[in-house]
Design a protein around this ligand. Structure first.
Ligand code: ZN
Length: 99
């Protein structure tokens, strides 16, 4: 499931209040066009004593550099975006964001 409008607004407002640089740290483009991921992704903790992934995860919101594709990850909990449902990855065209 995609972010709803409230989730997108929370993410954009959070970016604006955190003084997050718009310069891409990968390609060094000063005013790159960042694209907002349309859903939450999760990293799962690696548990070497089990087969597969553990149930411990970190939900993340992300931005993608419009020039080089570098991905920035942010804790959705820190931002305040609730994890409402399990979501898949979206690699469809992502909208530009400006904060
Ligand atoms: Zn870049």
């Amino acid at each position: 499931m995609d972010f709803d409008d409230d989730d997108k607004r929370v993410f954009l407002d959070w970016l604006a209040t955190q003084d997050v640089s718009q310069r891409c740290e990968s390609c060094n483009t000063q005013t790159t066009r960042w694209r907002m991921g349309q859903n939450i992704i999760q990293f799962a903790a690696f548990e070497p004593t089990t087969k597969g992934v553990s149930g411990r995860t970190m939900p993340m919101a992300y931005l993608v550099c419009g020039k080089c594709g570098h991905v920035r990850l942010y804790s959705s909990r820190k931002i305040g975006i609730p994890v409402k449902r399990q979501s898949g990855l979206s690699s469809d065209a992502l909208p530009d964001v400006i904060w």
